[in-house]
Design a protein around this ligand. Structure first.
Ligand code: ATP
Ligand code: MG
Ligand code: MG
Length: 550
């Protein structure tokens, strides 16, 4: 199953295993439950769970839930569902950083007792000012030299809710002159009078990401704590806590470059804005780069895993072309999606040499190269629908579809010739009168070549289909790298087009989330929520044409 390409992290860990420096690796995927997972998270999931699979280790799912104001149970549920849908299994129970709050509090008290932490009364703005800049060292807070007893008493009072939000923080006492700003007395605890989705009202103070993450890793026996490059400068702090606390294990932080995709945004904050402003129809709108949105759009778990594998893991930041993602799903569906015919812009064709009650049923393959797929039944009657784009009254040269006096093959059926164009009083085309060459079923016509093949649907048996054609959500490559404007200025107004199409009758049996190639049109997936036997709704996953330049 795990055929994925090697990467620098896997190579490094393999070496450690061979040299006996690690026994069993333990990784973790640590989302904050403040939104739905997106394609960037998929990269981290494939990496962390993938390493555990490939190297015989374990991967934990741990919710990094230290900011109750932004977190919700619905996000926890959605994240679990997405990981399972991608086909990964975490080891043991789901874990929560919040279940380590007692231990973290004790460790904070220990830092205070060792003179390594203090309660500061500076407000956020003053702290920023005292912190200094890259070129200028910071200055010590006037509260930095409080006694251990006073710090312990104040910290306990903070915990007991005796101060308002923002009145005090607990900080590590490290080095206000460090060239690494993360070491200039980072904040360990903030006051937040907010109920927490796991711990309820128990806490009035919450640990910072930095004070929580490495210690949680250590508590769980994580061997390799893999994160994105923006945490590289936090690594000395990560290690400082491990050095100064009696942690039970010594995890190692390794950084890799985050995934960026063009024509979209991969930031939960921005995606939440799209949801909150009603730009999209929820977190799982098929235009969203969320895992649940991609699922609803018709992506398979295999295609997302394949894509993550193609993208690879490195320390070089870059932007991946969304065409690569389209390529990954297209090649999966090319091999695995059954075929069906669906006419997007119907044009009536009357097959004049068939009797009024003609009914003929063709048994045709579900997929041209997959004998394991069920055959489907395709009825042909005197009246059929073809696509308006497959007919031209005055065709250019090399138009191999239908035109007056010209012939074309109906896919899986006969060759027909257009004899007459029927128009209404306004001169608009209403129907075509065509004749069927009954000698052409499964064989070439006598003495002439017919190049074109078009799709069609029986008018008597065709079913109404609501087709939702999705396109990129943004019309520019880098919507969130606009220096002067807002990413919302670059929305693609044509990102959703609803079409009332007519599909072959076998589509009535399609279950939600079933995927098809609509021949000559693209790949489509029955909508997870809105599709049903009495209202067929298909989302366009991706077009047929591959635009990915390797
Ligand atoms: P966002 O900015 O979208 O909120 P985040 O990093 O804050 O992302 P977390 O919930 O903390 O979101 O992410 C969980 C894990 O997923 C982290 O280990 C993080 O490094 C990883 N991750 C998040 N975004 C990406 C990305 N674009 N590429 C690779 N890994 C990512
Ligand atoms: Mg984060
Ligand atoms: Mg974030």
């Amino acid at each position: 199953e795990s055929t994925s390409a090697p990467n620098f992290i896997r190579t490094q860990i393999r070496e450690e295993i061979e040299q006996g420096r690690v026994d069993t690796i333990v990784t973790r995927f640590p989302p904050e439950p403040n939104g739905f997972l997106h394609i960037g998270h998929a990269k981290s999931i494939c990496l962390n769970f993938g390493l555990a699979e490939q190297l015989g280790g374990q991967c934990h799912l741990r919710f990094d839930d230290t900011n109750p104001a932004k977190e919700e149970q619905v996000y926890i549920d959605a994240i679990r569902e997405d990981i399972e849908w991608l086909g990964f299994e975490w080891s043991g129970e789901v874990r929560y950083a919040s279940s380590y709050f007692d231990q973290l509090y004790d460790w904070a008290c220990q830092l205070i007792r060792n003179g390594l932490a203090y309660v500061d009364d500076l407000n956020a703005e003053q702290m920023r000012e005292y912190r200094g800049t890259l070129t200028e060292p910071g200055r010590p807070s006037p509260w930095r030299e409080r006694s251990v007893e006073e710090n312990l008493a104040l910290f306990e009072a903070m915990k007991n809710g005796e101060f308002g939000e923002g009145e005090k923080v607990l900080r590590a006492k490290i080095d206000m002159a460090s060239p690494n700003i993360n070491l200039r007395d980072p904040t360990l605890y903030r006051i937040r009078h907010a109920a927490h989705h796991q711990s309820g009202d128990k806490w009035k103070i919450y640990p910072s990401y930095d004070f929580t993450h490495g210690q949680s890793d250590a508590i769980e026996g994580i061997t390799h704590s893999i994160c994105t490059l923006e945490f590289e400068d936090h690594r000395p702090l990560y290690n400082w806590f491990l050095d100064n606390l009696p942690v039970p294990a010594r995890p190692k932080q390794i950084e890799f470059a985050r995934l960026n995709l063009n024509y979209t945004v991969t930031s939960k904050r921005k995606l939440k804005l799209l949801v909150d402003q009603g730009v999209v129809d929820g977190w799982d709108d098929p235009r969203m780069p969320t895992i649940s949105g991609m699922r609803r759009r018709g992506y398979t778990p295999a295609s997302i895993r394949k894509f993550c594998d193609m993208v690879g893991v490195s320390r070089a930041a870059g932007v991946v072309d969304i065409q690569m993602l389209y390529h990954a799903i297209r090649s999966d569906l090319e091999d695995n999606a059954p075929r069906a015919m669906c006419v997007m812009k119907p044009l009536k064709v009357i097959l004049t040499n068939l009797p009024e009650d003609h009914e003929e049923i063709f048994e045709v393959p579900g997929h041209p190269a997959r004998e394991d797929m069920a055959m489907r039944q395709l009825p042909l009657n005197r009246e059929i629908w073809i696509d308006q784009e497959d007919f031209m009254e005055v065709p250019p040269k090399k138009f191999f579809r239908l035109a007056p006096g010209k012939e074309v093959r109906l896919r899986n059926a006969y060759v027909i010739r257009c004899d007459e164009v029927i128009k209404n009083e306004q001169g608009e085309i209403e129907a075509l009168h065509c004749s069927v060459d009954l000698e052409t079923l499964g064989q070439n016509p006598e003495g002439r070549k017919v190049k074109g093949v078009i799709h069609w649907v029986s008018a008597r048996h065709g079913v109404d289909v609501e087709v939702r054609n999705y396109d990129n959500l943004f019309q520019v490559e880098a919507p969130d790298r606009d220096k002067d404007g807002d990413f919302l200025d670059h929305l693609n107004a044509q990102s959703l087009e609803v079409v009332h199409a007519i599909g072959e009758p076998s589509l009535r049996q399609a279950g939600a989330e079933q995927r098809f190639q609509f021949e000559r049109v693209g790949y489509f997936c029955a909508d997870r929520h809105d599709h049903g036997a009495d209202h067929l709704v298909f989302n366009r996953t991706v077009s047929l044409k591959d635009g990915w330049a390797k």
